[in-house]
Design a protein around this ligand. Structure first.
Ligand code: NAP
Ligand code: MG
Length: 501
């Protein structure tokens, strides 16, 4: 496909046909025959009708994944062959990248300009996993038991993996779970978010084209309360990797108890972004603004609590607000858009609810503050970049995850004080520090209780760097060696070699 005109063409995947689920290498309707509508958040139009899978479909998908793991050709795939699948998938992803980005933008509203930049990380990540496929190994371990006994560890795939993802980055989140599964030899049942399933289904086609055998990757679309819950309690799922809210994460922990399946939980946050007066403000203003406004704030590690040293507080807050006012709000598929609509009616209600709460709590609105409803925004879920100033730590807008383009700006006076206040949250996903003082950067890098700390930058990611949460932002890591290990079992193998000759 040549360069795509995102604004005028109909997407080739949206051809009017109902979208089916991928189970055991076949595209199937839900057993119940039910479908749900996938909507465009820019105008509530129906993009496609998608199979509404439920517990029965999850059973079929898990059975297929189990067969593929226990009996199928996948079991005999050498690491090199799994590597080839991942490399082929990375190539296919790149070849179809614009089409995938466009589909995500249509379905979840994110600016296509942003997806086209960030999505480039996905093939990079798949190639990292391809490298890991041939780099895993156990160890020979000297023991002190009596006799001539040899001991070593063997790394084995954990088995059938359930993967449940949110809607804010479908092409990225899905590959973040399928990639390590393919690298390690696991099989997968993916449950995408109901609000944005389409690109995952298109990726399912590419996964087949990459030569991944039937049953190795299954995709069941449907609702969390039915399909997602069935997957998380399923007795034949060995590991569940979940990305989403902490409230759903808690349900998943309970549901997992039946067979004590292994869990990885990538949950939400209320991440502090801390600006000291000595920082390079020309870098910190756009850095802090996009730490929260990017993807309309629908990023788990968004810098939603902006702590600013008092000496520069008024100036800095005004500059961030000004930066927000200058961002172009529009339909995600318009290449000039910088801030797209929120994903759904539910999400726009939730975010505007917090705008009201903030105003009632006495926070001062510096920019934005209410939903856009005029002209081209009338039918969509548009909320402009919003800055609340004079926010107190005890306000709900400062304690709860809003998951919208809404930042709480809070003044502080000392390093010691800001560390304590930044850490005074049940969450611990990301944090930012803006300073030219190397000693301070190191002190805060240690003191902040978050899975990632970004100094003079925000939200940087790399396939080799582990990402995940402290505290109620979850446990387990994605990317890096840690993630690969979480898809593996370690077996201790003992061999009594008999008496020495
Ligand atoms: P969510 O409501 O928790 O949903 C996430 C996924 O879980 C969806 O696929 C959802 O299905 C499913 N689900 C809902 N109820 C379920 C249940 N009882 N059992 C099993 N699955 C269930 O989260 P969201 O609103 O979509 O996403 C936003 C949240 O994700 C935020 O809290 C954000 O911080 C977090 N997040 C975290 C990361 C990270 O890496 N740490 C990354 C991105 C987002 P349906 O929605 O289709 O019904
Ligand atoms: Mg949608």
């Amino acid at each position: 496909m040549g360069a795509i005109d995102f604004t005028t063409l109909r997407h080739p995947f949206l051809n009017g046909a109902d979208k089916k689920m991928l189970i055991d290498g076949e595209w199937r309707a839900a057993r119940s025959g039910r479908t749900f509508a996938s909507l465009d958040p820019a105008d509530e139009s129906v993009l496609a009708h998608v199979a509404e899978g439920d517990a029965e479909d999850v059973d079929l998908a898990v059975a297929a994944a189990r067969r593929a793991f226990d009996e199928g050709p996948w079991r005999t795939f050498k690491p090199y062959q799994r590597q080839q699948c991942l490399l082929k998938l990375a190539d296919l992803f790149e070849a179809h990248f614009e089409e995938l980005a466009w589909l995500d933008s249509l379905d979840m509203g994110g600016p296509v300009s942003r997806i086209l930049v960030n999505g480039r990380r996905v093939p990079e990540r798949l190639r990292y996993y391809a490298g890991m496929a041939v780099a895993m190994h156990g160890e020979t371990i000297e023991n002190s038991v009596k006799g001539n006994v040899f001991s070593c560890t063997v790394k084995e795939p954990v088995g059938v993996v359930g993967a449940i993802i949110p809607w804010n980055n479908p092409i990225g989140a899905s590959m973040w779970k399928i990639g390590p599964a393919l690298a390690t030899g696991c099989t997968v049942v993916l449950k995408p978010a109901e609000e944005a399933s389409l690109s995952c289904l298109r990726l399912g086609e590419l996964i087949q084209e990459a030569g991944v055998p039937p049953g190795v990757v299954n995709i069941v679309t449907g609702y969390g309360e039915t399909a997602g819950a069935a997957l998380s309690r399923h007795p034949d799922v060995d590991k569940l990797s979940f990305t989403g809210s902490h409230l759903t994460g808690q349900k998943i922990v309970q549901a997992s108890a039946g067979n004590l399946k292994r869990l990885a939980l990538e949950l939400g946050g209320k991440s502090p972004d801390i600006v000291f007066a000595d920082a390079d403000l020309d870098a910190a203003v756009p850095g802090a603004a996009m730490a929260i406004f990017a993807n309309s704030g629908q990023i788990c590690s968004a810098g939603s609590r902006l702590f600013v040293e008092r000496a520069i507080y008024d100036e800095f807050v005004e500059r961030v607000a000004g930066y927000g006012r200058g961002l172009r709000v529009g339909r995600g598929t318009d290449p000039d858009t910088q801030i797209g609509p929120l994903v759904s009616r539910q999400q726009v209600d939730r975010v505007t609810g917090y705008l009201d709460i903030g105003a009632r709590e006495g926070a001062r609105i510096v920019s934005g503050g209410s939903r856009l409803t005029h002209g081209p925004y009338a039918d969509g879920y548009f909320v402009p970049p919003t800055v609340f100033a004079d926010v107190r730590d005890d306000m709900r807008i400062c304690r709860e995850e809003i998951f919208g383009p809404v930042v709480c700006a809070i003044p502080f006076d000392s390093e010691r004080e800001v560390i304590a206040r930044a850490n005074a949250t049940p969450f611990g996903l990301g944090s930012g520090v803006w300073t030219k003082d190397v000693g301070r950067a190191l002190r805060l890098g240690r003191a902040l209780r978050t899975g990632s700390v970004w100094v003079n930058c925000y939200q940087l990611m790399d396939p080799a760097m582990p990402f995940g949460g402290y505290k109620m932002s979850g446990y387990g890591r994605e990317s890096g060696l840690q993630q690969i290990e979480e898809y593996l079992q370690v077996k201790g193998l003992w061999i009594n070699a008999g008496d020495s000759p």
